[in-house]
Write a protein of this length. Structure first.
Length: 338
């Protein structure tokens, strides 16, 4: 299917792209004043937020994941809530519950008491510590932006963004996220431990100096307005086909699969991966002031989009094969045009 022609004048679209680049870089720089290092993490989070996606961060505790969400809420003027996931957490603790109350006449009635999911920035901390029943309470919200309770559907204020975290080291008492829920995260980002210089700056900023005061640069309406520009970014047929072939390359049964994929992979990425690659590529193009997507834009977040959607088989798990290494090789070997 051919790319629909844009009704925007090229000069108008370019002006919107320049404005997006200016705003995006301002937001990224402002958050970078509080979050030391972690450039890829900050960038991935902002890309997903502007796309309307969600992010899963994997890293040990204490790397600034909560501070990142707090910084986002201040700079973007969005309401923030944090949920600490524990084994005894129930779905009603997240979405809310119906309680019985009385009105002025003494008549009993049920009233819905909203849970912490009714926010705009939701930090789901250590999401793999809660039971699958509780984890599934986020599925509808992450996909549809709605909450259904007691037969009534409630629509959340937009933009709505879930940032979930999990600890890759401590696995005792955890419930691995099922593939269906992992697929609803646009990105999975590995949070690296800071190096010597970054750790020194963190200690200076948090202990030895005054806290950083962040400026408010955007609000909900402005974010939604910037989102509307994404649909105008041109994605020509060869580039869209490249994203599709990249996803098909993760499936061992396709003609595009490499020998390593056929040997070590049980199942590849879903159609949501192709959608996420194109969405992220559009944001990257705009963040660089371009109104069209390039091949490099598709490859830029390939690891973050694909790594949690590719399932290793027994051989891959036994040989401790890195999914990110497989994806890097695919991006290197897959020709841009066929």
């Amino acid at each position: 299917m051919n790319q629909p022609e844009t009704t925007e004048e090229p000069t108008v679209l370019q002006a919107e792209a320049d404005h997006f680049k200016k705003v995006f870089n301002e937001v990224r720089s402002e958050i970078g004043r509080m979050i030391i290092g972690q450039e890829k993490v900050v960038e991935s989070t902002l890309y997903a937020l502007f796309c309307g996606g969600n992010v899963l961060l994997e890293g040990v505790p204490g790397l600034g994941k909560t501070e990142l969400v707090k910084a986002l809420s201040k700079v973007l003027e969005l309401h923030f809530q944090r949920i600490q996931f524990t084994p005894d957490l129930m779905p009603a603790d997240i979405i809310g519950t119906n309680i019985m109350s009385t009105d002025e006449t003494g008549t009993y009635r049920f009233e819905f008491r909203k849970g912490p999911i009714f926010t705009q920035l939701l930090l789901a901390d250590e999401i793999n510590r809660a039971s699958p029943k509780t984890q599934s309470a986020l599925l509808e919200t992450m996909q549809e932006g709605t909450v259904t309770a007691g037969g009534t559907q409630y629509r959340l204020d937009q933009p709505f963004f879930v940032l979930a975290t999990q600890n890759p080291i401590e696995q005792e008492g955890t419930y691995p996220l099922p593939e269906a829920q992992l697929d609803r995260f646009m990105f999975k980002v590995n949070v690296p431990f800071p190096n010597r210089d970054e750790l020194n700056m963190i200690v200076q900023q948090t202990i030895l100096k005054q806290p950083v005061e962040l400026k408010k640069l955007l609000n909900s309406e402005q974010i939604l307005e910037l989102r509307s520009v994404l649909e105008k970014v041109v994605v020509v047929e060869p580039i869209r086909d490249y994203a599709i072939r990249l996803v098909l390359s993760t499936h061992p049964g396709t003609d595009f699969a490499t020998d390593e994929i056929r040997r070590f992979v049980h199942w590849g990425a879903s159609p949501r991966a192709a959608q996420s690659l194109v969405k992220a590529a559009r944001v990257r193009a705009l963040s660089e002031g371009r109104a069209h997507v390039a091949f490099e834009d598709i490859r830029y977040f390939a690891n973050e989009v694909l790594q949690h959607r590719v399932l290793l088989n027994y051989d891959g798990q036994a040989e401790n094969v890195g999914v990110d290494d497989l994806i890097t090789k695919i991006c290197k070997d897959l020709p841009e045009k066929e």
